[in-house]
Ligand binder design. Structure first.
Ligand code: 5GP
Ligand code: MG
Length: 189
């Protein structure tokens, strides 16, 4: 008798799956290794996690790092406001702590136009950070309006409107353990 394959119900919401849970796990493990070999254990750099989207990636990443490797701060930054297109403006809270003369790792979910990361990097530079590196889970394969030098990258993904693993549509689907395109967005990029 054949056993049914275990189904991942949550991913059934998607019209097309582009990144599987296994690919996410492998990418996070690789990024964690890269981060570990870059930051000295006793230096306590700052990690700035851009909310909401990067929370899922950051939680999985930090679970694989020594607890005291970073002083983690979550920081609200958004450029999509319930739509499928970047709004063109980046809204942020105040920086959660002083970054003067600090080593900072900025963690985000996805590098699309680069507007969000560019804005945050400017903010940190102006606030006196001594070293800034960037770590994103996904990089979209598209011409980036703002070129950003990524230091750590999980996976490259097609230039589509994606949901899952922190990426939302109207506040939903962030919890999916896979990434893909919703049925209603299959025809659009
Ligand atoms: P950027 O400023 O690089 O254009 O976009 C960065 C932010 O826009 C990301 O942190 C993410 O919150 C959002 N974003 C970009 N592309 C997508 C996407 O395909 N799906 C979703 N849900 N959000 C995206
Ligand atoms: Mg974001």
């Amino acid at each position: 008798m054949q056993c049914p394959l275990p189904s991942n119900d949550t991913c059934d919401h998607l019209g097309e799956i582009l990144v599987t849970p296994q690919q996410i796990d492998q990418a996070v493990t690789r990024v964690a290794q890269e981060v570990r070999s870059t930051y000295p254990p006793d230096d306590s750099a700052l990690a700035l996690v851009l909310l909401e989207g990067a929370r899922w990636f950051a939680n999985d990443l930090f679970a694989q790092l020594a607890e005291d490797l970073f002083e983690r701060h979550d920081f609200k930054a958004s450029s999509y406001h319930g739509t499928t297109q970047s709004s063109g403006t980046v809204q942020t809270d105040e920086l959660p702590c002083s970054v003067q003369n600090r080593t900072v790792l900025v963690i985000d979910d996805i590098y699309d136009t680069g507007r969000t990361l560019g804005h945050i990097l400017d903010l940190l530079t102006q606030a006196g950070a001594s070293e800034i590196k960037t770590c994103v889970m996904f990089e979209k394969e598209c011409p980036h309006a703002h070129a950003i030098d990524l230091d750590f990258r999980g996976l490259t993904v097609p230039d589509r409107f994606l949901v899952g693993y922190g990426l939302d549509f109207e506040g939903n689907y962030r919890d999916l353990q896979c990434v893909g395109v919703l049925p209603q967005h299959l025809g659009s990029s």
